[in-house]
Design a protein around this ligand. Structure first.
Ligand SMILES: [Mn+2]
Length: 240
C-alpha cells in the first residue's frame, strides 16, 4: 500500500541582498525525520495561490529568520532593529490568516512565533538587550552551539506544550534578540523563560495543533525527546 506522509509547507528565508529564497536544512531534516514531507514555499504568492496552498498542504511551518517590520505592530524602527523583508512579512502574514481559516496545523519557530503573535494582533520587543536592563542575566543569543540548550522554559500545566514535553521544565536553545511583548488576544502563553519572557504560545480554541516556540527544536530533536515531539506531534496532527 502506498503510504502518504503529510505534506508540510515551510515558509522560505529571504536573502534580501540577492533577492533569493533559501532554507536552512535543519528544518527539512527535522520534518523528514519526524514523519513529514517538507515543501518549501515560493517567496511570492498571489491571494488565490495562497488560498489554494492553505487548502492543499497538511501542515504549515513558519520558520525562523530576521526581524518583522516594526510598522506591522505600530512602531517606528529603533536603531537595534535588524534586517527586514517586507516580501517575506507579507507572504507569512497573508498565509497565516488563510491557514487559520482553513484550520490546518501550525508550528511557528523563533521568527515564526513572532509572526503568529503579530499576525493575531500582538506585538514584540524589537531588541531585548537594549529594551531590558543591562544586567538582564539570561543570554537569549547563546554563546555556544545551537545543539546545546542554554536556558530553561517553564511549561504551563495542562497546555499543549505540557502534553508534548511531559515535563514542567524543559531546556532549550536560544538565538533571538526579539521576543513577544504584548500577547495577541486569542493566544495563551504556555512557556516562559526566566524573568517571565514568553517563549511558547498556543491558541486554546483552535481545533487542531497550533504552537509557537521561541527556541529552535530543529537543532535539538536528535538528542532531546521534547524537541523531537514538537515535530512529531505537529506532523501527527497534519496526518489526521
Ligand atoms: Mn530564549
Amino acid at each position: 500500500m502506498l503510504t502518504s506522509k503529510p505534506l508540510i509547507a515551510l515558509t522560505p528565508y529571504h536573502n534580501t541582498e540577492r533577492d533569493e529564497p533559501y532554507m536552512r536544512p535543519a528544518y527539512l531534516n527535522a520534518v523528514r525525520a519526524c514523519g513529514g514531507t517538507p515543501i518549501i514555499l515560493p517567496p511570492e504568492l498571489d491571494i488565490e495561490e495562497t488560498e489554494r496552498f492553505a487548502a492543499m498542504f497538511d501542515g504549515f511551518l513558519f520558520t525562523g529568520g530576521p526581524d518583522l517590520h516594526p510598522f506591522l505592530f505600530g512602531e517606528e524602527t529603533q536603531r537595534h532593529c535588524g534586517n527586514v523583508s517586507p516580501k517575506r512579512d507579507h507572504l507569512e502574514l497573508t498565509l497565516l490568516k488563510l491557514v487559520i481559516k482553513a484550520q490546518k496545523p501550525v508550528l511557528g519557530i523563533c521568527r515564526g512565533i513572532q509572526v503568529l503573535n503579530i499576525g493575531l494582533g500582538g506585538d514584540i520587543y524589537q531588541d531585548l538587550p537594549s529594551q531590558f536592563a543591562e544586567d538582564f542575566p539570561v543570554a537569549h543569543v547563546q554563546p555556544f552551539s545551537y545543539e546545546i540548550p542554554s536556558h530553561t522554559v517553564t511549561v504551563a500545566p495542562g497546555s499543549l506544550l505540557a502534553q508534548i514535553t511531559q515535563n514542567h521544565t524543559i531546556q532549550v536553545n536560544s538565538m533571538h534578540h526579539q521576543a513577544i511583548r504584548r500577547l495577541a488576544p486569542c493566544l495563551t502563553a504556555t512557556g516562559h523563560a526566566p524573568h517571565n519572557l514568553i517563549e511558547c504560545v498556543e491558541m486554546p480554541e483552535y481545533p487542531t495543533f497550533f504552537l509557537g516556540v521561541q527556541w529552535h527544536p530543529e537543532y535539538l530533536w536528535k538528542q532531546d525527546k521534547a524537541a523531537e515531539r514538537i515535530f512529531s506531534e505537529f506532523i501527527k496532527a497534519a496526518a489526521r
